[in-house]
Write a protein that binds this ligand. Sequence first.
Ligand SMILES: Cc1cc2nc3c(=O)[nH]c(=O)nc-3n(C[C@H](O)[C@H](O)[C@H](O)COP(=O)(O)OP(=O)(O)OC[C@H]3O[C@@H](n4cnc5c(N)ncnc54)[C@H](O)[C@@H]3O)c2cc1C
Length: 417
Amino acid sequence: MRYSWATLIAQSLRGHRGWKPAWADRPPQPHYDIVVVGGGGHGLATAYYLARNHGVARVAVLEKGWIGGGNVGRNTTIIRSNYLMDGNIPFYEWSMKLWEGLEQDLNYNAMVSQRGILNLYHNDAQRDAAVRRGNAMRFHGVDAELLDRDRVRRMAPFLDFDNARFPIMGGLLQPRGGTVRHDAVAWGYARAASALGVDIIQGCEVVGIERDAAGAAIALETTRGRIGAGRIGLAVAGSTSRVAALAGLKLPIESHVLQAFVSEGLKPAIPGVITYGAGHFYVSQSDKGGLVFGGNLDGYNSYAQRGQMPTVEDVCESGMAMMPMLGRARVLRSWGGIMDMSMDGSPIIDATPVDGLFLNAGWCYGGFKATPASGWCFAHLLATGAAHDLASAYRLDRFATGALINEKGEGAQPNLH
Ligand SMILES: Cc1cc2nc3c(=O)[nH]c(=O)nc-3n(C[C@H](O)[C@H](O)[C@H](O)COP(=O)(O)OP(=O)(O)OC[C@H]3O[C@@H](n4cnc5c(N)ncnc54)[C@H](O)[C@@H]3O)c2cc1C
């Protein structure tokens, strides 16, 4: 069923009784050409581009819970391509371009809203870093503008300019950054993939990876039976180390909790996404009016999708320091997701030492914006066996060779990225 004004009008005349399920609920088959483990944004995008770009006929996505129940439905919805390193900028800019055409491509309203992202700076060193980042972006054809304090004040007069401990000096703006409704991304990709014949199998947890005598991965043991696979792609985000361990792999990844928050609905106040430079805090406003915000990781390893109170306090303190009016708003909800933090803060899209087993992981807490390009490049890798040019830097062996992509320069301490 194609979504359009005509369909909407026709359905409304029938009392909305004719809508069909967005994707088919098919039982698992004994064998697929390619099985993607993990029905988050990355797994679903991979399956969609496998069918759409490469014509792979028999593809399945196995999801232990439900579509949208993982980080894809838990993030703060920010998209941007304001990166610094060579390995990252073209990849994230391609993702931005895919976001820009995504709704037409999927025939699904994902509420892509390019209202801009503004990174504040508070001292000369941060200004230098912002100039450097902005120049690197512009060299790659990405939009970037350096705003002085007056322009930031005109754009966001509610920020604390006058009494702040870390006065705002200006900001680096990416006008094409913004937000996308996160669960609509999962649903849109699932619907479009299903329409191309991909089997979306929910409630199907992978509990084992079967290998042949030569050591190649050939099938998955799941809670819904054995499923054979020509190739297997792992896209399980915060569960990466656990699922990879089923094939005997130990990865340079730690799992950490990240929390997010939403306030009661307010009149439109925040023009786009704003990030604080003197602490870790980022905020935007949803279409319902809630302020959606977040900050640091909780700082300890965990597989629990919930956080702890000291981080709630820390995030709210940073928020208050940046925009004191936040103190007048009531927080309605907070929740947590599990982040697959890599050792250099950049992702991995690569083959593994196990034949037939491929890895998409290490998204830290920036993987939502990468969803389209990640699916695009992982599909290419799974279909052809060769890395896509845009993801050629995201190799698993870079932690052995030293070719790291350390965007933040924090070193091998995952909870700092
Ligand atoms: C609070 C928070 C805020 C964030 N904010 C942003 C942001 O603003 N911008 C941004 O770019 N990124 C953000 N992120 C990061 C982003 O959400 C993640 O990097 C990205 O969603 C991870 O990829 P995914 O969507 O495929 O993950 P997920 O949705 O987590 O998908 C992985 C799936 O694998 C499934 N799975 C796990 N184990 C198994 C198994 N054994 N068998 C079968 N299935 C399994 C899980 O159930 C899950 O559904 C944020 C994350 C959180 C938690």
